[in-house]
Design a binder for this molecule. Sequence first.
Ligand SMILES: [Zn+2]
Length: 587
Amino acid sequence: MRQIFLAWRLGAWLLALGLALPGAAHARDPVQVRLIGINDLHGNLETTNLVLFLADPGAPPDAPQLRVQVGGAAALAGMVRKLRAGAPNSFMLAGGDLIGAAPLISTLFKHESTIEILNDIGLEVSSLGNHEFDGGEKELQRIIRGGCAATVPEGAVASCVQSPYKGARFKYIAANVIDAKGRHIVAPYVIKRFKGIPVGFIGGVTKTTPQMVVPSGIAGLKFLDEADAVNRAVVQLRAKGVKAMVAIFHEGIELGTSQKRGDWNDLTCPDAHGPLLDIARRLAPEIKVIFSGHTHQGYRCEIEGRLLIQGTSYGRGISVVDIALDPVKRTMLPPVRSFNLAVLNEKTDPAHREKLAAAAPDPFAAVLRDSTPDAAIAEKVARYAVLSAPKAERAVGRIAGPFTRTGKADSSAGRLIADAQLAATRADGAQFAFMNPGGIRANIECASPPCTVTFGHAFTMQPFGNSLVVMTLTGAQLKALLESQHRTTTGDPKFLQPSAEFAYTWQSDAPPGERVRDMRLNGEPVEPAKSYRVTVNSFLAEGGDTFDILAEGTDRKGGLQDLDALIAYLGAEERAPVATPRITRLP
Ligand SMILES: [Zn+2]
């Protein structure tokens, strides 16, 4: 005992002199930590038909990409377990949008299914995403802390179906969301120690969140500049002696077309652009690694000495960054290695698996080659699928062709939803309807018509649970509303999808304010001073998607849930996709 003590004293003394006992040399080795990141899961728990298009390793650059079957919580869990097994220290984190805009298996259970499964997979921290606010801040706090949700009319969604919901075991973080009193609504950061060395993980969510969620749900909240807020957290962490820091943003970059077709592990990221680039350039120097999300793209970029990484979305990819910590200075050394891995599942073509494994660096080749879905997670997902199946598979109508979200301005899916919303509110005096394109979350496919539409199809297309609102706008307000469609971050207009009665021409090359021409309702010109009754969903009615003018609509009358309107419309008669656009887009 005494000898050990003496040896320890001697060791400590030598260490203080910058020397070391031969047998204790490992004490000065860098501490290796594996960071395992996911982002934008959006409740995609089941192994469905999700794919990733990846460059064919070894093939010429212009060769067709591999269409790789990926995803599912069980496959994700299996891969995370393998990654953890291969590292002395590991930490799992996420870049937000874990819930919201999700398939039935998540939405039907108020996303409790997704949070419980992420608890089981071992997620430790996630930044908030804009979709975490889809149900408002109060509902977000319930998701975090646990407790059962109030039952929605007609039992459309179910809370606490298996057992009392206990909340997230991982921490949600965001440095840039504060309430009216200036308090953070979740912790700005967490500190995790690896062999005694503290690492700060700081969260941030896109400051554009208020433009994407129902305004009443976030009333009183402020979404501050991301870089400023994270840098304030850095100052606090410094005061606590933390020198190694990682940022997790629910914000991302966009890749140029040259890389979109290429390799999501190409460090050069030619012509990358987007909000996170500017944010990253303004961050404190301690932040060497940035996990990201929101843009649903796969990339790994080295930009001005920092690593920016994202693994697409829907649990299709995992971003791994192996870092090393200096045991003396307690700082982060440059990342040892990083890699985006496809979440290969039981549907993955074995030839694809082999190709991707052969091209991956050690130690990721073995992870890709040998990972298997986690049986316990698969069973838990299956149990939720069984609970949702009777509801999901119930037939609600028939269609004569596919309804898709693609179109130059309006789409067949958009036309369907707008027509359904008008049909549901015509008795309230509505003359036409507008639907926001971002709220149409999926196509309804129909390969060999006629096809049966199930509750699951309709739900996946319209998962937000908005109600309908009929309001009065003047012709002048309608013109201003439609002119405001050009204001988007991506540069492409966000066209409100009109019902059959409403038509106009969009002149793309005209100056702002002069692009909307020839507005007609039932073939008659829309007059600026005249009043019109329009139906929109409650998200738009509050000025969502920056359509502020809709918040000014008068004589409001609430209607059905959007999903109920769609189901009623599909159930009334067989519906055929309308091929003719209602917005004539020129040139
Ligand atoms: Zn997002």
